[in-house]
Design a protein around this ligand. Structure first.
Ligand code: SF4
Length: 304
């Protein structure tokens, strides 16, 4: 709730007093059209991280802006929000991110980007984005190295400075995502935030995604932390410690870097997918609502 209020106030400051009306109108049109109000869009399958053990596709797909346009044009109503995020990838690795943001800005009332922050440059920091979420896997150079096997902590901190210095007015949220190697980084993160003047911070745990990469190994999760949503079940497999109800992405659908519509960014290849944009595709996707809210897809089992 705190995150939503901070974001709302920040975007209101940036976009002006008429912005909430436009947002509400778009959300209402989506509701009347029976389509989710938000889109999560994966700009590319490539990543900037170069983390130890991570395997990315040899020829990563890059989402074309015209594909995003086509999906939006096929809807009964444009989305209220568009959020660019990776799925074992990072938006900043797309050479077309600026064009994708322009498409999103033209059609949605709020545009946000989640990134690890690496390879940020001045032009990217100045993009007309309403909200940046910079997700750090560790709060010190040493723990970054332990988690990611690289020495790029300083670059990520510098990325947040670049967004601030751009004076674009975007809301900036810095998130510490805890892994086993950065499980004790809470106090260091608080110190870092105070030093850097970050007012909007959050701590979460990394998502356990067995369909993803080597990072799905239970050994990389901060399983001993009291706020970790995961533990080991009787057979030694990672499982949510408390059953979750509903779907955290109930109001969103995802378009991946191949231009495929999927129920959410965390779903694997074992869910229904729609490869081509059309009015019928959005109608068909309505049928996913029940499976999402009852957590019937395979990855819903471990979705925090
Ligand atoms: S994995 Fe399931 S519960 Fe989680 S966001 Fe996706 S559809 Fe919703």
């Amino acid at each position: 709730m705190r995150r939503a209020v901070y974001t709302f106030a920040g975007v209101l400051r940036q976009r002006g007093p008429l912005w909430p009306a436009g947002l509400a109108l778009r959300a209402a049109r989506c509701m009347l059209g029976g389509i989710p109000r938000g889109l999560v869009v994966e700009p590319c399958e490539a990543c900037t991280g170069g983390c130890r053990g991570c395997v990315t596709p040899p020829r990563p797909a890059i989402l074309e802006p015209k594909t995003l346009e086509a999906w939006i044009a096929a809807r009964k109503a444009p989305p209220a929000t568009i959020h660019f995020a990776g799925r074992h990838s990072d938006p900043l690795a797309s050479p077309l991110l600026a064009e994708l943001v322009a498409v999103a800005r033209a059609h949605a009332s709020m545009v946000s980007v989640s990134t690890i922050g690496l390879d940020m440059d001045g032009a990217t920091a100045r993009l007309p984005v309403d909200r940046w979420i910079v997700s750090l896997p560790a709060a010190t150079r040493e723990t970054w190295r332990a988690v990611k096997g690289t020495d790029r902590f300083g670059e990520a901190v510098e990325a947040v400075r670049m967004i601030s210095a751009s004076r674009s007015g975007a809301v900036i949220e810095v998130v510490l995502t805890k892994w086993a190697g950065s499980a004790g980084d809470g106090p260091a993160f608080a110190e870092l935030a105070a030093r850097e003047g970050w007012r909007n911070t959050t701590i979460v745990h990394t998502l356990h995604d067995p369909s993803g990469s080597a990072y799905s190994d239970p050994a990389v999760l901060a399983l001993g932390e009291p706020d970790c949503p995961y533990g080991l079940d009787a057979s030694g497999r990672v499982a949510l410690t408390r059953p979750r109800a509903g779907c955290p992405q109930a109001g969103y659908l995802c378009i991946d870097a191949r231009g495929t519509l999927r129920p959410c960014p965390f779903s694997g290849a074992d869910v229904p997918l729609i490869p081509e944009p059309s009015r019928g595709a959005w109608r068909e996707a309505r049928g996913w609502r029940a499976a999402k809210s009852s957590r019937s897809f395979p990855n819903c089992r471990i979705c925090p």
